[in-house]
Design a binder for this molecule. Sequence first.
Ligand code: GDP
Length: 528
Amino acid sequence: MSFLKEIQRRRTFGIISHPDAGKTTLTEKLLLFGGAIQEAGAVKSNKIKKGATSDFMEIERQRGISVATSVLAFIYKDKKINILDTPGHKDFAEDTFRTLTAVDSVIVVIDVAKGVEEQTEKLVEVCRMRKIPIIVFINKMDREGKDAFDLMDEVEQKLGLSVTPLSFPIGMGYDFKGIYNIYEKKINLYSGDNKQTVSKGVEFTDITTPELDKIIGAKSAETLREELEIVHEVYPDFDKDEYLKGNLQPVFFGSALNNFGVKELLDCFIEIAPSPQPKMSEERLVDSKEETLTGFVFKIHANMDPNHRNRIAFVKIVSGMFKRNAPYLHVRQGKKLKFSSPNAFFAEKKEIVEESYPGDIVGLPDTGHFKIGDTLTEGEQLNFKGIPSFSPEHFRYVNNADPLKAKQLFKGLDQLMDEGVAQLFTLDINGRKVVGTVGALQFEVIQYRLEHEYGAKCSYENVQVHKACWVEPENPKSEEFKEFKRVKQRYLATDKQGQLVFLADSAFSIQMTQQKYPTVKLHFTSEF
Ligand code: GDP
């Protein structure tokens, strides 16, 4: 197959949702269509379950699973589909944000009864900002839930999207009869007793036909006709270009658990979803069709084996063909590296590959060369953009609890930060280290992993920090900036990239500082 064909047949995307909406179930059903797995229950959930086991054991378990499910690839109707795993748990939101820099589109799963939930809002906001094409799947139609129109209103309002349904439910819950596929003009009947099977569609180009009454009953037929009329009046016609530009989001309804409406979703997805997109670097826009290799690291995963501090760096290929054993430039280090055992992912297995194409993810075994955001090229000085750090939510001083193991502690902290587990700030005034995380769970992760992988011990101490603000003075030589630095000395720190950060102790202090030093800009992400 030609290089261009290989690119065009790839679809790399992420499924995002609030925990429990049905992401794992949907992923599994998609894999079943691809013949990548044989039975339901094969995809393991990477959810953090609170309960019987202690949290860090749960994290270890989840870490094992999440290596396996980081990328799930399969072939469906000759399309190579790469699903990138996005943790739903809010403490791992940062991982999900980073993964979203490597997808070309997303599917958002929403629970019909719960509607738009908190985590969905946050994740969709990031997609919207980046203009990532989004398809919405409203799940659990076999249960009583919200009215379809109300739900679409909610999606538009809370998520700031502009939707148009491509399928429409006939009833719901106990009364759920099926869906009308607006895209293909077909009716798919749901039979609750016929679970786990894909229903056959009945062609219905003309919904005014009395045949419809016979099949779903006069009352349902009447309602469906009315509702489709409203759909026609209220929502714009589907327009693929608008979807690809991130301006219009098609909606599907179904039940992942019963494998209902999933095939419609997938069939439409492979047709409309984008193949690998161009990506902006600091230097220029890189097109996927360029023949020289470029790619970037969006995720680093430590292996489970504590005796081998091996990690896997996940690289999204942006352009060109990745070849085993070819020399590639690690731009940040200015070094050429060869990879003798790059992994590709297929369903839940990973295997060594000879070559990969734009849109694919390769896993590179790494002993500490890579950081999230690193770029690989064939020699060009290129740095891909778009993996910002956000201000952490929780902050603690980190202390060395074993004086003999200081070296191990610093090495461990350094590597864990490169993996993106948390962010480290060094206070300018006394060199003390402050760890900032998205969720409270990460403090346990760090402590546990330092001990088990690096033989180092740390303890934490409370520190009053509300938010980390990256500082950008309009004029670094101004009197105002000098005064800011003098007055705020106690609160200034340096992040791992050497950028100046103001660790504000309250929202009030941020506000006051902004008023008092208007030429010193405070940013809540590291990229501005
Ligand atoms: P995730 O947290 O988003 O990955 O959610 P899961 O896929 O693990 O699903 C959460 C729960 O919802 C599980 O108990 C599923 O069996 C259930 N579930 C998923 N899809 C459906 C559906 O279509 N109908 C019903 N009734 N339950 C579902």
